[in-house]
Design a protein around this ligand. Structure first.
Ligand code: URP
Ligand code: ZN
Ligand code: ZN
Length: 466
């Protein structure tokens, strides 16, 4: 099957302009103004639209166990929602069971994802038990295309690793050419603040934000950078939320360290005040916004946008980890520390960044593509197969209408969760037609995808050098 995407404005990380894209089977065959148009089976008209590489979300949690429940999207619903929003590859987190092997966790996640995904997927590995055996296993896991490992400085007793474990894992990552990702919050100190709040009878969701101060994210980020420096290994900070932590990343990068960081739409558009609840469901409505690190006061937003412009932040991912308000978030109705942590977001990353970033002039359209597709692909060993539009690359292509108006709502979204963090927000821009490896999965806002089309993508080493 040969498909011509005709008359659009092709946008890459470095260039945008009028060009056609020819897709042959699962791959891009040509991009330009003089691509061969003979023997084409299908033409997609893209005049007035952007033609961009499919989005790559390198931070999702489908069906993730947390606090006695599982995140509400499974791989079928979560990857379909991703596709609706123009994301054609996710990298999810397989979890090593405590006391178990990396391989056990990886096999569980392979079983969950295989045969049900609408778009392609890869895995990082969460190491929740760093010991001689799991450190040794990193190499074998990497050889199977899982080339990045997440450790937690937060959640003592659950996922937490101490500094010695982190240093050992960093050294091993350095030796094996893999990437260590850190959840940088000082979980030991935070747990003291949480216990103090609960002992004083402060149980509402806002306390989640107040007991996880930005200073404890910055402290952990600083420590993470120093440990990576000691190990001589690269480091990726996940879901960076605060100006204070960003300053640590900026300082490390200015010193020449290979330190990278992502932020997420929730840290650009939502605030600590969302945790205070609303007039309809009262203070507990704030549970809808419980994630870690927590949402920050609005003053942090501009610093993060600056970080995105200045490449102190290299990627925007979603940390998609949805829990329904009814039946899941309410596990913590009497105790904020029992509210499952995480927000829905996989569907609207491109739209929020387009509307809040490109439309407002905060970032260029090329930077939007770079942050949402091209750099994540390079950082996590998916390039050159994914993340850009060039001959030979997978034909993961989005025809994006920058003028489409949509109102974000749980009534219309495709994520399997009963609320939206952005309920009623009008945004400009929407994925109109989405191709995953040459197959049209969304056709002018009609679903034409198929559970099982998505394949596991074995990733290589990072090729990012920015
Ligand atoms: O609150 C969050 N971020 N939930 C998902 C797990 C994690 O720490 O990324
Ligand atoms: Zn995390
Ligand atoms: Zn996460």
């Amino acid at each position: 099957m040969r498909t011509l995407i005709s008359g659009g404005t092709v946008v890459t990380a470095t260039w945008s302009g009028r060009a056609d894209v020819l897709v042959d089977g699962e791959r891009i065959a040509a991009v330009g103004t003089d691509v061969p148009t003979d023997a084409v089976d299908r033409v997609i008209e893209a005049a007035g639209r952007y033609v961009i590489p499919g989005g790559i979300d390198v931070h999702t949690h489908m069906q993730m166990p947390f606090g006695g429940t599982h995140s509400a999207d499974d791989f079928a619903s979560g990857t379909a929602a991703a596709a609706w929003g123009g994301t054609t590859t996710i990298v999810d987190f397989a979890i090593q069971p405590r006391g178990g092997a990396l391989r056990e966790g990886l096999e569980t996640w392979h079983r969950r994802a295989e045969g049900v995904c609408a778009v392609d997927y890869g895995f990082h590995m969460i190491m929740s038990d760093v010991n001689d055996a799991s450190l040794k296993e990193m190499e074998a896991v990497a050889s199977e295309g899982v080339t990045s490992f997440k450790l937690f400085m937060a959640y003592p007793g659950v996922f937490y690793s101490d500094d010695g474990q982190i240093l050992r894992a960093l050294k091993r990552a350095g030796d094996t050419g893999t990437m260590l990702m850190l959840h940088a919050e000082n979980g030991i100190a935070i747990d003291v603040l949480v216990a103090d709040a609960l002992a004083a009878g402060r149980t509402a969701p806002i306390e989640h934000g107040l007991t996880r101060p930005a200073s404890m994210e910055a402290e952990a980020t600083h420590r993470a950078v120093e440990l990576a420096r000691l190990a001589g290994a690269p480091l990726y900070i996940v879901h960076l939320s605060a100006a204070d932590a960003l300053a640590e990343v900026r300082a490390a990068r200015a010193a020449g360290d290979p330190v990278y960081a992502e932020t997420c739409p929730q840290y650009l558009f939502l605030t600590l005040d969302d945790l205070r609840g609303d007039g309809v469901d009262g203070p507990f409505a704030g549970a809808k916004y419980v994630c870690s690190p927590p949402l920050r006061p609005a003053e942090h937003h501009e610093a993060l946008w600056q970080g995105l412009r200045g490449n102190q932040l290299q990627a925007v991912s979603t940390d998609h980890c949805p829990f329904c308000f009814v039946g899941q978030k309410d596990l913590g109705r009497d105790d904020f520390s029992k509210i499952p942590n995480g927000l829905p977001g996989v569907e609207h990353r491109l739209d929020l960044l387009h509307d809040g970033g490109v439309r407002t002039g905060r970032i260029s359209v090329e930077r939007w593509v770079e942050l949402c597709a091209t750099t994540p692909a390079k950082l996590f060993g998916l390039a050159p197969r994914k993340g850009h539009l060039a001959p030979g690359a997978d034909a993961d292509v989005v025809v994006y209408d920058p003028r489409a108006r949509q109102v974000l709502s749980s009534r219309t979204h495709h994520m399997a969760v009963d609320y939206s963090c952005y309920e009623g927000r009008e945004v400009l821009g929407q994925a109109e037609t989405v191709l995953s490896r040459g197959s049209v999965v969304v056709d002018r806002r009609e679903w034409t995808g198929r559970a099982g089309h998505g394949q596991f993508v074995a990733r290589g080493a990072s090729t990012y050098d920015g």
